[in-house]
Design a protein around this ligand. Structure first.
Ligand SMILES: [Fe+2]
Ligand SMILES: [Fe+2]
Length: 208
């Protein structure tokens, strides 16, 4: 090999090495769905704490029916957090939640804030997570995000009803059913099967 050829060969090796090390740096990022599951677990865990605190506040204001609805919401959030935790563990990670002290206002304000938060979570956050999980071909994540999205949409309707009838919902309790599998929350006691995950009525938890 002449000196000239060796020089050119060395340059070619250098360029090729640079190309491959550069392509390693451009590898696709880790699954976004993994990050979304972590965020969802954290959000649902905090939502549970907020709903529990709001139920105590509602009872304190004598608004017992709304307190029942907040208790049902807390149970559903616990179920969602458990589903996300299970998926995170399947990926070999331990789920972590950073629980914040909830802001508790008047019951009317707590209901309004819940309507706003859950509308946004269902209509924006979970829809985005679902689309991403579909792109990544992760059916378990798609299903779990869908359950959370549908539950929150349905619960917005229940909280809107509670807001409309806040003054007439002061006395007694108002029983609610929560599906122990998907978290669906309903006041329809004629339900024979969960409309979301299709388990029989026996899988529903009665929340008073
Ligand atoms: Fe939830
Ligand atoms: Fe269900």
């Amino acid at each position: 090999m002449t000196k000239q050829l060796a020089k050119r060969f060395g340059l070619a090796v250098f360029v090729l090495c640079g190309f491959f090390s550069g392509s390693a740096a451009l590898e696709p990022p880790a699954s976004k769905t993994v990050g979304n599951l972590r965020s969802a677990f954290n959000a649902e865990s905090n939502a549970r704490v907020r709903a529990e605190a709001s139920s105590v506040k509602a009872d304190g204001e004598g608004c017992h029916q709304v307190a029942s609805l907040f208790r049902a919401a807390a149970k559903a959030e616990e179920i969602h957090a458990g589903i996300f935790a299970g998926l995170i563990r399947q990926m070999g990670e331990e789920p972590k939640a950073f629980l914040e002290t909830p802001v508790v206002l008047s019951t009317k304000e707590n209901v309004e804030s819940t309507i706003n938060t859950e509308s946004y979570d269902a209509g924006v956050v979970y829809l985005g997570y679902i689309k991403q999980a579909e792109r990544e071909g992760n059916p378990d994540a798609v299903r779990s995000f869908r359950w959370a999205e549908e539950t929150e949409k349905g619960r917005v309707r229940l909280f809107k009803g509670a807001l409309t009838h806040l003054s007439s919902r002061m006395k007694g309790t108002r029983d609610t059913l929560v599906c122990s599998v998907c978290g669906l929350t309903t006041e329809d006691f004629s339900t024979r099967r969960c409309p979301l995950c299709h388990v029989p009525r026996g899988k529903f938890i009665l929340v008073k």
